[in-house]
Write a protein that binds this ligand. Structure first.
Ligand SMILES: Nc1ncnc2c1ncn2[C@@H]1O[C@H](COP(=O)(O)OP(=O)(O)OP(=O)(O)O)[C@@H](O)[C@H]1O
Ligand SMILES: [Mg+2]
Length: 399
């Protein structure tokens, strides 16, 4: 299971300081480091936004400089919950100045110059503290399953909705039926149709998160979700139109983290566009489902998606689900060619079943409720079963 890396942002217009800090950070594993050539006093709106998207922000400052102090206060006013501010400052500043920095919001003051070893040690201390504070929220780790499409209209929302629905029930000990807690989130925020598929009015939560800069903690997630009759916890796409990049990486990261702490399975319906916040989604993903057909254009596009996502996350597990085709008894030449092109096996085939698909959309209910005996419902139930078998829900579920 891949987990997210700690992100560090450095603000400094002094090349020597930048290279010394970068050298120190190079000693530490699993970091995502960005460096901006700007002094604290000259930070602009974009820099403030960047700061709120990182776990640790390091900057050099002169506490005698009032412009620096007021910039740090502004940074502090807009910081995300959990972001740590480390200030590098002259090694012999008076205690009163250290206090002023800490009042402005700095978490730790590090003397500069500092040896690379010492700086790595100090930063590592904060990385461990951050990890410990997120662990204390609970160590429940729900399974994260993003669903993407090889071409528009191929059926990815159908798969996301019905897979989530079928993941709710499972056979427990002695074949007793028990319920998993399952979340379904429509991250196709511009054109998402999960709400229509389940007859839920559009919720503004994701819009407020994006536009209002809300950091979606567990409580926000719980308040924002709607529960369907069947027990699925759903967050739909908003009614109001918003640009995809109104959402930032940090918000998505915190959102998924909160979801996995409160649910056994989290199914995410993703937009077709590739945006920067897809990266945290893939970092958390236990398995990426790509819905495709076996035509050449779809397979080519599936291949590009796999290459792209795996390039950034080599450990990512991918399952290509073939829609509109029932499982062939013997795979035809073009099936084998397609599987070879993607370097994987097609395990899940969903038949073309317009009647069942249409009924589900018309009634605004999952297939299991309106067409339980349909071939399409049975095939998605089998997909859920094999998914749950490969990635069982943790025993210590909180719901
Ligand atoms: N196996 C199937 N057989 C018949 N119809 C299907 C099947 N799967 C999906 N459909 C239908 O195809 C249409 C598109 O499906 P869906 O909205 O799930 O696709 P999508 O990939 O999410 O599309 P979009 O690009 O709009 O996000 C819907 O009307 C759905 O009911
Ligand atoms: Mg869709």
């Amino acid at each position: 299971m891949s987990r997210k890396r700690t992100s560090i942002l450095l603000f400094s217009d002094d090349k020597e300081i930048s290279s010394s800090v970068q050298g120190a950070l190079a000693n530490l594993q699993g970091l995502k480091v960005k460096s901006e050539e700007v002094s604290v006093a000259n930070l602009n709106g974009k820099a403030f936004d960047m700061a709120s998207e990182n776990d640790i922000v390091i900057f050099a400052t002169d506490p005698e400089n009032t412009a620096d102090l007021s910039a740090i206060k502004q940074l502090n006013a807009r910081r995300s919950q959990g972001t740590v501010f480390l200030a590098l400052t002259d090694s012999d500043i008076p205690l009163a100045r250290v206090r002023a920095l800490s009042d402005a919001g700095v978490d730790d003051v590090l003397p500069y110059p500092i040896s690379q070893d010492e700086l790595s040690r100090q930063v590592d201390k904060w990385i461990k503290k951050l990890a410990a504070s997120t662990m204390s929220l609970g160590d429940h780790e729900g399974v994260i399953i993003p669903v993407v499409q090889a071409r528009g209209g191929i059926g990815s929302t159908t798969v996301a909705v019905n897979l989530a629905d079928h993941l709710i029930t499972r056979k427990g000990r002695f074949s007793k039926e028990v319920s998993n807690s399952v979340a379904l989130v429509d991250l196709d925020v511009q054109f998402g149709s999960v709400g229509d598929f389940l007859e839920i009015d559009p919720q503004q939560a994701l819009y407020q998160m994006a536009v209002g800069g809300v950091i979606p903690d567990a409580q926000w997630v719980e308040q924002s979700m709607t529960e369907t009759e069947g027990g699925l916890h759903v967050l739909t796409a908003p009614q109001d139109f918003m640009p995809l990049d109104a959402i930032n990486d940090k918000q998505v990261e915190v959102l998924i983290d909160a979801l996995r702490r409160t649910h056994d399975y989290v199914v995410l319906d993703l937009p077709r566009a590739i945006v920067s916040w897809i990266q945290p989604v893939m970092e958390f993903a236990d398995e990426l489902i790509i819905v495709s057909d076996t035509t050449v254009p779809s397979i080519r596009s599936a291949k590009r998606l796999i290459d792209f996502y795996k390039g950034e996350n080599p450990g990512l597990k991918v399952n290509v689900v073939i829609n509109h085709e029932k499982k062939p008894l013997v795979q035809a030449h073009h099936h084998k060619e397609a599987a070879r092109a993607l370097d994987l096996k097609f395990e899940n085939w969903l038949p073309h079943d317009p009647k069942a698909a249409r009924m589900s959309v018309d009634y605004g209910k999952p297939l299991s409720a309106v067409a339980p005996r349909s071939d399409l419902n049975k095939a998605i139930a089998a997909l859920a079963k094999s998914t749950a078998k490969a990635m069982p829900a943790a025993e210590h579920a909180t719901h």
